[in-house]
Structures are given as structure tokens and as C-alpha cells.
Design a protein around this ligand. Structure first.
Ligand code: MF3
Ligand code: CO
Ligand code: CO
Length: 269
């Protein structure tokens, strides 16, 4: 997701691009590959494995099996240091951008795995939160409802509406359960660049972020919901974002294209 204070409008001067049919075809391929990495790694997400091992498996699958490029590796938005790994692994109170390392998964953890591939110059970006063994019912509910929140955001993304309809749909649903809705990391335009000028808030930002959703736009929807606050801290590694109150958090992400008929999810296997 894009850090909307630091990353916005840095790579295409804020232009919101309308893709050609050829671009969208390229993005369908990249999107499917991202989804396939998630399907590949799912059975490995078990207690006892390290996040480094998950990174190694995904990295090898991308490079050797798919011949795709892991977009995170060495990615360096303004104000950041180059990202050191191929994927993001965000465990429990880590909201996003967790760096794989020697952390061992244990029973009851939740882990988000965020995959972005580049294929033939196009990006596909998707993530899922996995549950490790037996998780507490309230955590299972959070994970399932975060997925539902993403789907409601996707369904709201119809041409002619303002982009802030998406966050309004997500927040209205999350509010029922009193979940925190993270505001400062957002969905983003995507294509030949990883994060383009378009910002897609997951909260009700109206009257701000009123860009019209148009046929040919491609962007991500990737809500982060928490069992507590939406406020966050950054670890000294300058990447890992955690909830300020250390509450558990979940996220799901798809890349979608806007068609005449509505949203088309590109990140399906
Ligand atoms: N994949 C994340 C997103 O959904 C961005 C990760 S940036 C990285 O936008 F450098 F941490 F990989
Ligand atoms: Co994204
Ligand atoms: Co992502």
C-alpha cells in the first residue's frame, strides 16, 4: 500500500492514467502471477516456518518458475531505504511492510503475505492474511471481515463514482464491529509503476479524494483493519508498520481494472 504522505505523486507527477486494452491484458497476466504465488505459498504457512523461509520459497518461485520479478526487492520510495526482500510478511500487530527475517510462526498467529510481481513491465499486487493453526474467534472474525470489507470496496468501484465511495463502503462495514480502519496507508494506482499518482483511501475521506472512477483505471484496494486503533508506529527499520496499541490487524488486497461493466479483479489465479 502507498504511504499517502510520503509516496504520493512521485512517479508520474500525479497523472491518473487510463490504460489501453493492451496494458490491461498485460496486467491480467501479472495479476494472475501474483495470485499464483499466494496459492503456491499457502500450504507452507504453518507453525515452525520462518518468514525468511517463506520469502525464499516465493522468491525462487517467481524467478525460476514464473520468470517474474519480485517488485519489492530494492524498491525505494522517497524517504525510505531500499526494501531488502522479495515479499512482505506482516505478523499479528504488524499492519504492513513487515520484512521477512528469523521470526518463527506459532500457533494462533496471523500473517499477511503481500506479493507484487513484475511481468513484461506490468505490476500485479495482491495480499492475503493467513491464520496459523487455531486462532482466537475474535481474530478469525477480523480476518474474515477484512476480506469481506475488501470485497465491498471492490463492488463499490463503479465508473462515474468518486474514488472515496470505496473507503466509505469499507468503513461503514468495519464500523459495525468497531474495528480500526487504517488511514495513512492506502490503495494505489498501478501499472508500469508500482505506485502511481492515484490514492485510494480505505476510510470515508469525502469530500477529499474525489477523483472520478473511469473505465480503464487500474488500482489496488487493500484495507487494513485492526482490533483496536488505526494509529500506527514505525519500527527503526523504517519499513515495518505496527499498530500503536499492539492490537491484531488483518489485510487483503486485489488489483482491479475498471471496465464498462464494473470492476474486474485481475489478481485471481
Ligand atoms: N505491496 C505493497 C502494496 O500493496 C507495497 C510494498 S512496498 C515494499 O502496495 F517495498 F515493501 F515491498
Ligand atoms: Co498495493
Ligand atoms: Co501489495
Amino acid at each position: 500500500m502507498i504511504h499517502h504522505v510520503k509516496w504520493c505523486k512521485y512517479d508520474n507527477m500525479g497523472q491518473i492514467s487510463i490504460k489501453t486494452e493492451e496494458d490491461i491484458q498485460g496486467m491480467r497476466i501479472a495479476g494472475r502471477l501474483a495470485a499464483e504465488v499466494l496459492d503456491f505459498i499457502a500450504p507452507h504457512v504453518k507453525q515452525g516456518i520462518t518468514t525468511d523461509e517463506l520469502d525464499r520459497l516465493c522468491h525462487e518461485y517467481m524467478v525460476n518458475v514464473q520468470q517474474s520479478i519480485p517488485a519489492p526487492l530494492n524498491y525505494c520510495p522517497p524517504g525510505y531505504t531500499p526494501y531488502p526482500k522479495a515479499i512482505c510478511t506482516s505478523v499479528n500487530d504488524v499492519v504492513c511492510h513487515g520484512i521477512p527475517g528469523d521470526k518463527v510462526l506459532k500457533n494462533g498467529d496471523v500473517i499477511n503475505i503481500d506479493i507484487t510481481v513484475i511481468k513484461d513491465g506490468y505490476h500485479g499486487d495482491s495480499n492475503q492474511t493467513f491464520m496459523v493453526g487455531e486462532v482466537k474467534p475474535e481474530v478469525r472474525d477480523l480476518v474474515e471481515r477484512t476480506h469481506e470489507a475488501m470485497m465491498r470496496g471492490i463492488d463499490a468501484a463503479l465508473p462515474g463514482r468518486e474514488i472515496n465511495i470505496i473507503g466509505r463502503a469499507i468503513q461503514a462495514y468495519a464500523k459495525r464491529f468497531n474495528y480500526g480502519v487504517v488511514r495513512d496507508f492506502t490503495g494505489h494506482g498501478i501499472g508500469e509503476s508500482f505506485h502511481s499518482g492515484l490514492i485510494v483511501p480505505h476510510y470515508d475521506s469525502a469530500p477529499l479524494y474525489n477523483d472520478e472512477i473511469k473505465v480503464g483505471m487500474v488500482f489496488t484496494i487493500e484495507p487494513m483493519l485492526t482490533l483496536g486503533t488505526y494509529e500506527w508506529d514505525m519500527w527503526p527499520d523504517n519499513w515495518t508498520v505496527v499498530t500503536k496499541d499492539k492490537s491484531i490487524t488483518a489485510q487483503f488486497e486485489h488489483t482491479i481494472a475498471i471496465t464498462e461493466d464494473g470492476p474486474e479483479i485481475l489478481t485471481l489465479a
